[in-house]
Each structure stands twice: as C-alpha cells, then as structure tokens.
Ligand binder design. Structure first.
Ligand SMILES: [Zn+2]
Ligand SMILES: [Zn+2]
Length: 129
C-alpha cells in the first residue's frame, strides 16, 4: 500500500489539491509552459491570463500517487489544462453532474465535451448582448 494510485473519490482529490506536492507541480507546469513558449491561456474561453489567476484541471490523475503517506504529483504536462476559476467551475458542473459524461467516458473525453459545451454557451451568451 505504499504506492497506491489515487482511487477516484473526491475526498482524496480535494486533499491532494491542497498538498504541497500539488502546489509545486503547479509551479513546474507554468514554468514549463513558459519554457516551451506556450501562452498561459484559459483552455475554455481562450483568453490569456497570468498563471496566478489560472487553475490547472486534471485530464488524468495517473501521475498522482501516495508514497509513505506523502502525495506525489508526477502528472504528464499534457494531463493538466489551465482554466480560469470560473471557467473551471463550469466545466466541473458538467463533468461531475452529467452522469453520461462522468460514467461513460474517460476524464479526458468528458473534459473535451464539457469544454465544447461551455464554449458554445459562452458564445451564445455573447451574441445575445
Ligand atoms: Zn476562461
Ligand atoms: Zn478540474
């Protein structure tokens, strides 16, 4: 049990997302993005934003494990996607509450569909103004 994968329950995730390992991983992610010359922009609405105002969404929790009671965060770079907190919240509302999205697809697929739906909603909202 020293190197178990994170099961899925949200309790584990919220605990992980408050861990030092995750904050360090987050910083590494933005540094690498910068090194690659890629913009830090919200994957949902497409607007660029400073890293401090973006959250990273997990497409996959495979890189997350617990070793000797410590969280380890070795997610692949492309397992993490930057989003505004408000855009992130909209994506989670869809992924976490839509049973089709949350049960029948991988998290990566569910996220892609959720992002597309949120974008459509954002665009139609903008056109109504
Ligand atoms: Zn956004
Ligand atoms: Zn997320």
């Amino acid at each position: 049990m020293s190197n178990r994968r994170v099961p899925g329950p949200t309790g584990y995730r919220s605990d992980f997302l408050r861990s030092r390992a995750w904050f360090a991983r987050r910083d590494r992610w933005f540094r690498k993005q910068d090194r690659l010359g890629l913009p830090s922009a919200c994957a949902v609405c497409g607007q660029e934003a400073p890293s401090a105002s973006l959250e990273l969404h997990h497409l996959d929790y495979q890189g997350v494990s617990v070793v000797a009671s410590q969280w380890r965060a070795f997610e692949r770079h492309d397992d993490l996607v930057p989003m505004h907190p408000s855009c992130h919240e909209l994506v989670h509302r869809l992924i976490d509450r839509d049973t089709v999205l949350s049960n029948q697809r991988t998290r990566r697929d569910a996220t892609a569909i959720a992002i597309a739906r949120v974008r459509e909603a954002l665009i139609s909202h903008r056109e109504q103004k």
